[in-house]
Design a protein around this ligand. Sequence first.
Ligand SMILES: [Zn+2]
Length: 220
Amino acid sequence: MGGWRKKRAKIAMENPKVKTVRSKPAGRPSKPAAKSAAKPALQKAKSVAKKPKLPSAKNVKAAGKTASPRGKRRPAIDPFMKAAIKAARKGLGEGGIPIGAALVRNGKLVATGHNKRVQDNDPVTHGETDCLRNAGRLGSYRGCTLYSTLMPCYFCAGAAVQFGIRKVVVGESRTFPGAPEFMRSHGIEVVDLDLPECYEMMEKFIRENPRLWNEDIGED
Ligand SMILES: [Zn+2]
């Protein structure tokens, strides 16, 4: 029994030694020293990288504030509405009223158009009518959706009703109410996306060109 105790004692003595021996190689001067030297360097790099973030925890809120409006201001816009907005901006670049339209049939863009009242000295070339003209003779408007950056006026709403267009998607109706109920009463589905891109563009134009705008909507 005494021999076993001695052996156990030896084992017990050896084990810590083994542990210390194992830990010693890990603590060998050359490689681990290099590692331990490298790690703090990395940690420093991380902490440096984190430092701007941590103090900016205050800024995180600010960043969040700037990020969320960006998200609100720039939602994914329907590509066909994008085409209509592009047409509106083209008109604006020509010195005209920034109202654009796009005609889509069965998911494919057929044509775009924009208001040319100023450019052509023409009171009946609205964004929607210019678009319908550019589309040419389609025969049937079945499966067609008319996009417009602004709620269609009675004139253009009448054209949509006349041609049997079943769906009208608009960018906004804040700056001009248009004739949504007239279209709906004729079975047209009217979708108002209420896009900042559209109403901000019109608000700016109306603010800068009140006379031109009043002429366009038939007000003295
Ligand atoms: Zn119109």
